[in-house]
Design a protein. Structure first.
Length: 567
């Protein structure tokens, strides 16, 4: 307090005290505002907003997801920058709530324009705080990079009960071993899964192709990118994929001791001209061995049939899944598997830059593209489709399709699409009816879906190229009943990846398979989700584990997360 008696004397005394009082109020107000501002900032990162009337409500920033994807450049100048990125839901700390890992590009000398930033963009890991919010634990976990990352696939490769991360990059890929204490260790060199020299990997998938109880790894490689090649049609912005030679994919066999062996050639994987984007794995013919589908850019798609764990044969062309319905090899992006029509056979959805392909499984290894008669082709044809996933967003007992969209070679935004399964093999575009987010034009790429708040319905995270990601909370899906299965393998791989599950409720049978990678460069909730409509009981759950064991559970109550351990 610095009031001087001689200054505040006589007639000026009252005025001085007024000045002092005002000054103290201002000073107090400044401190109060700073505290209020600081508190507001904290709340903006960790406060769960009230549900509005939207079916899907975008709440990413409010709940602490401050991730902004980077292409590592001032402008979009090459196909590497255009190809990322993905995200995955995983329970890395095994606390019963799914966390979120997101990949990003970064500044790379010789690839990126402009000056190198002081702080390089990196990948991020967010921990679920159980209250509807997330906290950034990237630094503590040690999984930031910096790499120029494309996708992520999650699997417990060493069967220790904690999910590990495989990150596909422009450059060497990375395998992060989960230490079980909130941290990860880069074990790429020891595991021998970094890839070949100058590799450009995009999609990858975990699967146990020989059913030996250990997860193997298929890595889809894209092109031999040359940053010095500048010959292209000016409006395109940069050369397309056909300007470069294709890079062959790799199949790694898990040796069970923390290392992998490249078995690409010995297992018959002959990838001569495939430019892999999305990669997925499921047992489409139910012979007990998981098959692999590769969405290739501007070239034929592969359907690698697993020949009893002893080799693979490409049945893309003979099965009808190598081309689109127009008989063309399209700009295929991603693939997902589900039984959309309830006939017990796994179907495929492949997103591309045109009408997309909904391949109905007819049995006997044959598929028929139903995109047009299903009502998907025309609405999808207005956009460039990237990640697509089968999800039962409304818990009515059949799978719907979420599709992210965005321009190929420019940062031109497009609206995402949600196709609702209306039965009889038909879908309806209900996007604009399901929330304000579907009015936004963003450059969508990868996406992952899962029940982050354990309330029974499916939420989602969308990666938007060179922009802020979007987290979509499902506000209304749990008005119907549901079941979530958490599978734990014993003889089979710990994740139970490859398990085939049939759920019977109200006389209706749903068939699904436990998968790792889903959609474009991404992975959904590791738990299996089933919508049950108004049924409050499940009459029967049948699980066929990769080991061949058959497990049956009966008379199970709805609306629970059920952990099932392989007997």
């Amino acid at each position: 307090m610095f009031i001087k008696k001689n200054y505040c004397s006589n007639s000026n005394e009252y005025r001085c005290f007024v000045y002092l009082f005002v000054f103290l109020l201002i000073l107090s107000g400044c401190h109060s505002n700073n505290k209020s501002s600081s508190k507001s900032q904290k709340q903006s990162v960790a406060t769960l907003p009230q549900a509005n009337d939207d079916y899907f409500q975008e709440i990413g920033q409010e709940i602490g997801l401050d991730f902004i994807h980077s292409i590592g450049d001032d402008d979009l100048t090459n196909i590497v920058e255009s190809s990322g990125a993905g995200a995955a839901f995983l329970d890395y700390d095994q606390d019963g709530y799914i966390d979120l890992y997101i990949t990003s590009g970064t500044w790379v000398e010789g690839l990126s324009g402009g000056e190198k930033p002081v702080k390089l963009p990196e990948n991020h890991l967010y921990r679920n705080r159980h209250d509807g919010t997330f906290e950034d634990v990237t630094k503590k976990a040690g999984v930031g990079g910096p790499w120029y990352s494309m996708g992520v696939t999650v699997g417990d490769y060493n069967n220790d009960g904690y999910p590990d991360l495989y990150v596909s990059n422009y450059g060497a890929n990375v395998l992060y071993k989960n230490n079980g204490n909130g941290t990860f260790t880069d074990v790429t060199k020891r595991a021998k899964v970094g890839g070949r020299e100058n590799e450009f990997s995009v999609g990858a998938v975990w699967l146990d192709y020989d059913n030996d109880g250990f997860l193997d790894l298929y890595v889809g490689n894209y092109i031999n990118f040359d940053s010095n090649y500048k010959y292209y049609y000016a409006p395109d912005g940069f050369p397309g994929p056909m300007a470069y030679d294709a890079q062959p994919d790799i199949l790694y066999h898990n040796m069970g001791n923390g290392t992998f062996e490249d078995v690409t050639k010995s297992m018959g994987i002959k990838d001569i001209d495939g430019r892999a984007m999305g990669v997925g794995a499921a047992d489409y013919d139910d012979d007990g061995f998981v098959d692999i589908y590769v969405s290739n850019d501007h070239s034929l798609n592969y359907l690698w049939h697993n020949d009893g764990g002893k080799g693979f044969t490409d049945r893309g062309t003979m099965s009808g899944t190598a081309f689109s319905q127009a008989g063309e090899s399209t700009v295929s992006m991603s693939v997902d598997f589900a039984d959309y029509n309830g006939d017990g056979l796994l179907d495929l959805f492949v997103s591309d830059d045109k009408y997309c392909s909904l391949y109905e499984n007819l049995g006997n290894g044959i598929f028929s593209d139903k995109s047009y008669p299903a009502g998907i082709a025309m609405p999808a044809g207005q956009f460039v489709g990237w990640s697509s996933s089968f999800i039962d967003y409304d818990n009515d007992g059949d799978v719907d399709i979420y599709k992210t969209n965005g321009a190929l070679k420019h940062l031109y935004g497009q609206e995402d699409q949600l196709f609702e399964n209306i039965g009889d093999g038909k879908f309806k575009d209900v996007s604009t009816e399901r929330g304000k987010y579907f009015m936004q034009k963003l450059v969508g790429r990868g996406a992952c879906f899962g029940d982050y708040d354990n309330d029974g319905d499916i939420d989602g995270y969308i990666v938007n190229l060179n922009n802020r990601g979007a987290f979509l909370r499902n506000n209304k899906g749990n008005q119907n009943n549901w079941l979530i299965l958490n599978l734990i393998g014993t003889t089979s791989n710990k994740d139970g990846i490859g398990s085939r599950v049939k759920v019977t409720s109200g006389g209706k049978v749903q068939t699904a398979q436990k998968r790792s990678t889903t959609g474009y460069l991404s992975q959904n909730d590791p738990r299996m989700h089933f919508g049950l409509a108004k049924n409050e009981m499940i009459e029967r759950i049948e699980i066929k584990w990769p080991s061949g064991k058959l497990q049956v559970l009966e008379n199970i109550k709805a609306n629970q997360i059920l952990t099932v351990k392989e007997p």
